[in-house]
Design a binder for this molecule. Structure first.
Ligand SMILES: NC(=O)c1ccc[n+]([C@@H]2O[C@H](COP(=O)([O-])OP(=O)(O)OC[C@H]3O[C@@H](n4cnc5c(N)ncnc54)[C@H](OP(=O)(O)O)[C@@H]3O)[C@@H](O)[C@H]2O)c1
Length: 264
């Protein structure tokens, strides 16, 4: 599949970074926001044969305050990428589901986002067009950028105890594993694919694993989503699995080990 010019958007983000590493041998053109603000039409002369579209508005709470700003990036930006005319991988999110299910969400489950961010991601899926692999993943973390692992490592080194939500369950996915699986997705037909780490946990369980594996003596106080009081609603349950043979990723705990090794 990969033979021509490969373009990566959002290369300054955690997934974009992992994709640029994974596809370095293909001499991918990796564009940050400074190179192309995707809410604007593409700069002239890009002419890719394939796009891995990882640029997105990912500030979930900020999207509640500025849904139009989030849509300009997640919907308008994806439409601008699709307008390049090349097949694309559009990364989407578990937040397209409301989280009321209590068993894994599969590709044929009807989406029903509860947040403004989730709505923009769902409309972004539609904006990707017909020549697109929609890769939904969840709870991304990696050695760069803003993510839960890096936040917990910082807090765990500063404090004796952190309060972490224990009533949201998902599958924390290492961006290196998602980037590698993207190669396999390119061999599949266009359409929606659920690609998230094996296993699941709550944020509190994830924090305990981070502290244990990093050797930090910080306690986790388990709190509810309501106690944390964030503006945007989050799905209480958003484990993603594939019913159609998407690539299977390693367990989240393995991803955590790889991430911590990279950070060490
Ligand atoms: N993070 C998660 O837990 C998660 C879960 C499921 C799915 N996803 C999806 O996975 C993809 C990658 O997420 P991520 O975790 O790598 O996010 P990220 O680390 O926040 O990276 C997103 C990148 O997009 C850039 N960006 C924002 N607005 C842009 C614009 N108008 N034009 C060009 N670039 C822009 C950001 O730049 P600035 O930093 O300068 O804003 C950032 O470098 C996204 O589609 C996201 O929705 C993420």
């Amino acid at each position: 599949m990969i033979g021509g010019r490969l373009l990566i958007t959002g290369a300054g983000g955690q997934l974009g970074h992992a994709l640029a590493e994974e596809f370095a041998a293909e001499q991918a053109v990796a564009l940050t926001r400074a190179d192309w603000d995707v809410s604007l039409p593409a700069p002239a002369g890009l002419d890719p044969d394939l796009v891995l579209h990882a640029a997105a508005w990912t500030d979930v709470d900020g999207a509640e305050d500025d849904p139009q700003g989030a849509a300009a990036v997640n919907v308008g930006g994806t439409a601008n990428v699709a307008a390049l005319g090349a097949p694309l991988v559009a990364y989407s999110s578990d937040y397209v589901f409301d989280g009321r299910k209590r068993e894994p969400y599969v590709e044929s489950d009807g989406p029903h986002p509860a947040s403004a961010y989730g709505r923009t991601k769902l409309h972004g899926e539609a904006a990707a067009g017909d020549q697109a692999w929609i890769v939904r993943s969840s709870w991304l973390f990696g050695p760069t950028g803003h993510n839960f692992v890096r936040t917990m490592l910082r807090l765990g080194a500063e404090r004796d105890e952190v309060a972490v939500v224990d009533d949201q369950r998902g599958s924390p996915t290492f961006v290196g594993h998602l980037a590698a699986a993207t190669r396999e997705v390119l061999e599949l037909p266009y359409g929606i694919w659920h690609v998230a780490a094996d296993g699941d946990c709550t944020w509190a369980g994830f924090a305990e694993a981070i502290f244990a594996d990093a050797g930090l003596r910080c306690r986790v106080r388990r709190i509810s989503t309501a106690e944390l009081g964030r503006p945007a609603p989050r799905p209480a349950y958003s484990v993603l699995r594939s019913e159609k043979g998407a690539p299977r990723l390693p367990h989240w705990r393995e991803g955590l080990g790889e991430c911590l090794a990279r950070l060490a």
